[in-house]
Design a binder for this molecule. Structure first.
Ligand code: ZN
Length: 193
């Protein structure tokens, strides 16, 4: 449980920084500006190393994505698709580790934040760090939803809903097809950093 507590403190520290200066909306606007300005680096948190560092953005052509990904992974991550409920490989998955972006390997969600939502999609109450994902307002299908994507390669992951459990009250409803699970040896993250 020790790493859970530490993760929470890291998150709390991040939230405090956000509260002190920037809102989620401002951060999203910054991210959009960064893309517009052609910035090539993105600041990410790495779970196994318990550290942040800047890495190059991942930008590939549609043909390159098609070659790298399965048809379903491509449809979900590059065409804003949604897998059918209860069909994804991580909807009922309970190992200890990190769920990474299938497109670029960015750490996205820790298994400690996964919960049973009963929706048929992997559900988390927060990402490993606020900067590892980006959001924008999605008005498709006559609904107003918050879309969430990988901050490094912009792979579509799913949507965020305000009906999650404490401590955030958020439900990150994520497609299994967007994720690649990487197990962590219990306690490994405590020996780093
Ligand atoms: Zn990615």
């Amino acid at each position: 449980m020790r790493h859970t507590r530490r993760s929470f403190f890291q998150w709390t520290a991040g939230a405090a920084l956000l509260a002190a200066g920037r809102s989620w909306g401002a951060l999203a606007a910054d991210a959009a500006q960064a893309v517009g300005a052609g910035l090539t680096e993105v600041d990410l948190y790495f779970v196994a190393e318990a550290t942040r560092r800047s890495v190059p953005r991942v930008v590939r052509s549609e043909d390159q994505w098609r070659q790298q990904l399965t048809p379903q992974q491509y449809h979900v991550t590059r065409q804003q698709g949604t897998e059918r409920a209860y069909t994804g490989r991580y909807a009922d998955h309970h190992e200890h580790g990190v769920y990474r972006c299938v497109g670029c390997g960015t750490d996205l969600f820790h298994s400690d934040t996964k919960f049973e939502s009963g929706t048929g999609w992997p559900s988390f109450y927060r990402p490993v760090a606020e900067g590892n994902v980006g959001t924008h307002v999605d008005r498709a299908w006559g609904m107003v939803r918050t879309e969430v994507h990988c901050a490094r390669c912009e792979a579509h992951l799913g949507h965020i809903f305000p009906d999650g459990p404490p401590p955030t009250g958020l439900r990150y409803c994520i497609n299994s097809a967007s994720l690649e699970f990487a197990p962590l040896v219990a306690g490994k993250e405590e020996t780093h950093g």
